[in-house]
Design a protein. Structure first.
Length: 231
């Protein structure tokens, strides 16, 4: 089964706004698929539906072959990692505690959580001895973003959803994070659905790019080279 499959998914909000209409999309395992399109075309709505923060009005979303509408919320938390623009770290918890959020929810032992959080901090380039006991306000924006990525990877999710993950940091840090993201993805090879409105970022990070128009209409779904070669 595809790690993520959307089948004829539509979303109409309570006020009547149709954000997504009849979107069908299959993601390839171990690849980064970038959703790109103008502001308001439904990108965040798609991610929020996959993560079950909101429900589709019609259609189905399958993660790892299972309908998310029927999935148990804790199981879903384990299967899906989620990284958003403003990270949303818990301000009164240390870096280690933040990274260990989902493992704690899953009832892992303290020693297993400690081992896993330190391994992840290494992976995202934050030395555990130096950064593990800090609080989010003692980090730079780029470092907070890395903690967000480590937290999302903590329980080894099947898929990683990233909503504009690098847009809140300044351009120089962004370029560095993008490079690190690529190296990280070569190591972990997650199935990633990444939303951006930045074509440059899409081409740098995407194995495939899904171009959306308004109402989540899928216009193109191509590898970056094919997209750039198109007239
Ligand atoms: P994008 O992420 O591509 O900018 P969104 O998914 O955030 O787009 O929004 C898609 C459309 O749905 C927009 O027209 C937006 O105004 C509308 N929308 C988003 N959230 C809501 C909501 N909670 N209620 C009503 N309309 C919404
Ligand atoms: P970046 O260029 O990555 O955004 P900054 O210039 O914001 O980094 O921070 C530079 C260094 O100072 C980083 O290693 C960061 O961890 C450290 N730092 C930033 N803010 C604090 C703070 N409030 N307390 C301790 N160290 C900090």
């Amino acid at each position: 089964a595809a790690p993520i499959r959307l089948e004829a998914v539509s979303k109409r909000y309570a006020d009547g706004t149709v954000a997504v209409e009849d979107l069908t999309l299959d993601l390839a395992a171990g690849e980064t698929t970038v959703l790109i399109g103008p502001s308001g075309c439904g990108k965040s709505t798609v991610l929020r539906m996959v993560n079950r923060l909101i429900e589709p009005t019609s259609g189905r979303i399958l993660v790892d072959g299972e309908d998310v509408a029927a999935a148990d919320p804790v199981t879903l938390r384990r299967r899906i990692g989620y990284v958003i623009q403003q990270v949303g770290l818990f301000p009164h918890q240390t870096v280690r505690a933040n990274v260990g959020t989902v493992p704690r929810l899953l009832g892992w032992s303290r020693s297993r959580i400690r081992e896993r959080t330190d391994e992840l901090l290494e992976l995202v380039g934050l030395e555990p001895g130096r950064f593990g006991s800090r609080y989010p306000h003692e980090l730079s924006g780029g470092q907070r973003q890395r903690v967000g990525v480590a937290r999302a990877l903590a329980a080894d999710p099947v898929v990683l959803l990233m909503d504009e993950p690098f847009s809140a940091v300044d351009p120089i840090v962004r370029t560095r994070l993008q490079d690190e993201f690529r190296r990280l993805q070569e190591t972990v090879r997650k199935t990633i659905l990444l939303v951006t409105h930045d074509l440059d970022e899409a081409v740098r990070l995407g194995d495939r790019i899904a171009v959306l128009a308004e109402r989540g209409r899928l216009q193109q779904y191509e590898r970056p080279a094919a997209l750039l070669a198109a007239p």
